[in-house]
Design a protein around this ligand. Sequence first.
Ligand SMILES: Cc1cc2nc3c(=O)[nH]c(=O)nc-3n(C[C@H](O)[C@H](O)[C@H](O)COP(=O)(O)O)c2cc1C
Length: 592
Amino acid sequence: MPAPAPAVASTTGPQAEPRLSLQRQEIAADTTAIRSLDWDRSRFDIEFGLRNGTTYNSFLVRGERTALIDTSHLKFAGSWLPLLEEQIDPKAIDHLIVSHTEPDHSGLIGHLLELNPEIEIVASKVAIQFLEDQVHRPFRSRAVKSGEELDLGTNPESGVRHRFAFLSAPNLHWPDTIFSFDHGTGILYTCDAFGLHYCSEDLFDVDPGAIAPDFRFYYECLMGPNARSVLQAMKRMDALPEISTIAVGHGPLLRHHLSLWLDDYRSWSSERSAGETYVAVCYVSQYGFCDRLSQAIAHGIDKAGAQVQLVDLRATDTQELSALVGEAAAVVVPTWPAEPDADLQASVGTLLAALKPKQWVACYDAFGGNDQPIDTVAGQLRALGQKSAFEPLRIRQVPHTGDYQRCEEAGTDLGQLLTKARTIAAMKALDGDLDKALGRLSGGLYVVTARQGEGPDARSGAMVASWVSQASFDPPGITVAVAKDRAIEALMQVDDRFVLNILGEHNHQELLRHFLRRFPPGADRFAGVSTLDGMATGGPVLGDALAFLGCRVVQRLEGPDHWIIYAVVEQGNVADTQAHTAVHHRKVGNHY
Ligand SMILES: Cc1cc2nc3c(=O)[nH]c(=O)nc-3n(C[C@H](O)[C@H](O)[C@H](O)COP(=O)(O)O)c2cc1C
């Protein structure tokens, strides 16, 4: 046995930027967590902005035989493998359990196979197929699904028997995901599910208040669009004996407040799955940029309060595919390879045959390199006279942040088509007198602007707002109520900066007319408007604004249909000290 390493080993990589370090710690009998800490990672998947970096967690479990659960991101090759070798001779690892094949967890599988070509890879059937393409070398494998087990036997020192039960968890958030439950320690390894992008030395959820916003944000971006799949997986989890810890693949492990996190997942997913109407967002897993683009669209749909079902054309069987597509209110489809393999060809055939005349349909470029032309796909989708939900999303270069923003906004437009009737009904439901009384609340008139990133990664947004109020003196702070389906909402996360442009009494009509237009997805909302760039951090100052405040988001309070965003004011100036702010008087409370 190798000499024991210190309880926490922290090695900083050779480069000063970005900061990478490793952490190793025992978490239960015969069980070691090896966490790769990526302190500065600022982008992940879709347009998912990271504020607190992330971690990639792997685990070593020693019974009579030994299993490693997941590896790490390729960027940790120089430090993760040596740390693993300090723990164990890689040749002595019998099994590598692969929770799913996303590169941030599977990036070092090829390296591990070089060190130990005999290791048996235990994963879902789909994951093993994907890995064959990823590692380009033969390997021993065992495909597992719900109800199957892997027994590592009893550790001779601790006397604990490590017997793994597997649970299929497709779409959480990759099509090939499995959870593994160790009966010996009560630890459930879930990788992406229940995770969060949060990098700190805290191995466990010791401070739930600190991590709750990131836990929620992660759920919304990655799990919300798969809410039905979350509930299915949780049903399988309910049949397990008591879970002591959820060992996630990103962020701190969940142990001290387990029921809190589980209750959150259950209630958020139940809320999202109530009702029958949903959009089927199809994608071809691991083809071009399909995974991420489909997630951006799904996230946009979800923001509008409509339900989404992500459907992997490669991994969903014919019967299920036919049902998922046929029963959807709207169907979004990627371009598929011009020369698909026989299975994919069959899936595309099933998909087209399952479409119904009254559905909304739309398509997006997978940008896979050799796709069917998007107009051909659009034409095939509307063969029965289906309605177009949004213009085909053409992607002409490797997708950048702006493309993901466009996908998200197109998704929100589609979601709003489906929730329109519900929104109008809710507006009409207000009691008449109450409605009129509420309408006597008045506010100023403002345009919120935000801009992030540079060049092709730049994203920007603007919206007219009147639900704005000063909320603190010291430091000066304001609140803005932002509807959950606003495009600009994505740019108003904690620590993001934005500008509140205060409109003048005699000078606001033009600006209102401009910013209240309906903009197509991804449109530049500032074209044709005078802006003073560089005046404030966070967004353009409008040349015709009376005053501006440069703000930084500190907190977001979730209301039923709006986020109440509290921000501190860091900058400000007035163009005309004599002029008054435009005031917005209303008659009813069910409109702005
Ligand atoms: C007078 C007025 C005040 C508004 N105030 C707010 C507000 O405070 N919060 C909000 O989310 N939307 C508000 N809106 C709605 C948005 O400005 C507008 O619908 C939005 O820019 C379009 O949505 P999108 O940016 O998501 O495409 C207001 C609209 C009007 C006409």
